[in-house]
Design a protein around this ligand. Structure first.
Ligand SMILES: [Mn+2]
Length: 343
C-alpha cells in the first residue's frame, strides 16, 4: 500500500511538536470517509459518572498530550502510519444535558464510521461509551473483549438507571454484543458494594484476573491466559484508565490504589498483536483531576500501543480479505473488519 500523504501526521522536523492545533498524535483531521482505515475519535461524554466528573475533557487532554508520539513502535517496529490510513475524526456528537440522547448520537456516529469500514480508537468520556460503540460495531456478531479496569462494570443498575459507567459489561452481555467466553477482565480491585459484586461476570463465563491473582501469577502467565481466553475471532479492547495504579493516573473518576503499572499495560497490549482487533477505547481520563498532566501522557502512550497492534491487525486482515477474494471470487471476506482491498 503506497503511503498516502493525506493521512500522515505532521512532521516534527518541519512543524515543532508544540506548534499548531492539537490532534491525536498530530494526525490530520478528516471527516468520515472510506479512504480511512483507523479513526482516532473523541467521545466527550461523562453523564454516566457517579462520583468525580470531568472525563468529558478526556479527548482534549489526550490530544494535547499525544503531541509527543512518534511514528515507529520501539519494540515491534510497527509503523502504523505507513501501513494504514489513520486520521483524527474529531469528536462524536453529544448532548451535555441528556444522557439518553447522547447515547443514541454516539451510536449513530460510530455506525456511520463502521459503515465506511473504519476501525475506531475512541478516547472517552466515561466508561459508559463502550455501550453505544459496541451497539454500532458488534451488532452483527458477539465479540471478545479485553477489559482493563479496577471495576467489573457489571452492576445491574445505579440510582435506578441501567446505562451508566458501572453497567456497560452487563448490558453488552445481555444484548449479545459480546461473547462472555471470550472476555478477560484484568486489574479488578477496590472495596465492593456487596459480596456478589463481581459474581455476574463469573456466572456469565468471563475470565477474571483480580490484582491479587495478577500478583500471584505474574505478567507472563496473565498474557498466556489473555491469549487463550480471547482465542480466535474479533476482539474489542476497553481500557479504563483506572485499571492503572493512581500513582500513574490519578486523573480519573474513581481511583483505586494498588493497580497495574503502565509498563505491564504496554506489554499486555503488545501481546494482542496478531489478533483480529475491531476497535478500542480508553476511558475515564479526567484531565482536570491531574494538574501534573501525567494521566493524559499515560493515556496517549497507551493509545499508541493500541494503534500499533490495531494497524497491524487491519493491514493483515485487509490482505487476508484480498487473498480470500482472489482464491474464491465472489464470496465475502471471511473476517471483519471488512473493507475493500486497496492496491
Ligand atoms: Mn470502567
Amino acid at each position: 500500500m503506497p503511503r498516502d500523504e493525506r493521512f500522515q501526521p505532521r512532521d516534527a522536523s518541519v512543524s515543532p511538536r508544540f506548534a499548531d492545533v492539537a490532534t491525536f498524535m498530530r494526525c490530520q483531521r478528516h471527516e468520515i470517509s472510506e479512504d480511512i482505515d483507523i479513526g482516532l475519535i473523541g467521545v466527550p461524554f461523562d453523564l454516566g459518572t457517579n462520583y468525580r466528573v470531568g472525563a468529558r475533557h478526556g479527548p482534549a487532554g489526550v490530544r494535547e498530550a499525544s503531541r509527543l508520539i512518534r511514528r515507529i513502535h520501539p519494540t515491534s517496529g510497527i509503523k502504523p502510519f505507513d501501513i494504514c490510513n489513520v486520521a483524527d475524526l474529531g469528536d462524536a456528537p453529544v448532548n451535555p444535558l441528556d444522557l439518553d440522547a447522547s447515547i443514541r448520537m454516539i451510536e449513530d456516529h460510530f455506525a456511520a464510521l463502521h459503515g465506511a469500514g473504519i476501525v475506531p480508537i475512541a478516547v472517552g468520556g466515561d466508561h459508559t461509551i463502550p455501550i453505544p460503540i459496541l451497539r454500532a460495531i458488534a451488532k452483527d456478531r458477539p465479540v471478545g473483549v479485553f477489559h482493563v479496569d479496577a471495576h467489573a462494570d457489571t452492576l445491574d443498575e445505579m440510582f435506578g438507571t441501567k446505562v451508566n459507567h458501572a453497567t456497560f459489561m452487563r448490558r453488552a452481555t445481555e444484548e449479545g454484543l459480546i461473547d462472555p467466553k471470550r472476555v478477560v477482565q484484568i486489574g479488578l480491585r477496590g472495596s465492593r458494594f456487596g459480596e456478589d459484586d463481581i459474581q455476574y461476570g463469573q456466572d456469565a463465563g468471563y475470565t477474571l484476573i483480580t490484582m491479587d491473582d495478577y500478583e500471584d501469577m505474574g505478567r507472563a502467565k496473565a498474557i498466556e491466559i489473555i491469549g487463550a481466553t480471547l482465542g480466535d475471532g474479533p476482539i474489542y479492547i476497553s481500557l479504563d484508565i483506572d485499571g492503572l495504579d493512581p500513582a500513574h493516573a490519578i486523573g480519573t473518576g474513581v481511583p483505586e490504589i494498588g493497580g497495574l503499572l503502565p509498563r505491564d499495560m504496554q506489554v499486555m497490549l503488545r501481546s494482542l498483536r496478531g489478533q483480529e482487533l475491531i476497535g478500542a477505547d480508553i476511558s475515564e481520563v479526567a484531565p482536570a483531576l491531574d494538574p501534573s498532566g501525567l494521566t493524559c501522557v499515560t493515556a496517549a502512550n497507551l493509545m499508541f500501543e493500541m494503534l500499533c497492534v490495531i494497524a497491524d491487525s487491519v493491514a493483515a486482515h485487509r490482505k487476508g480479505a484480498r487473498d480470500a477474494s482472489s482464491a474464491d471470487a465472489g464470496s465475502a471476506p471471511a473476517r471483519s473488519p471488512a473493507r475493500p482491498p486497496r492496491s
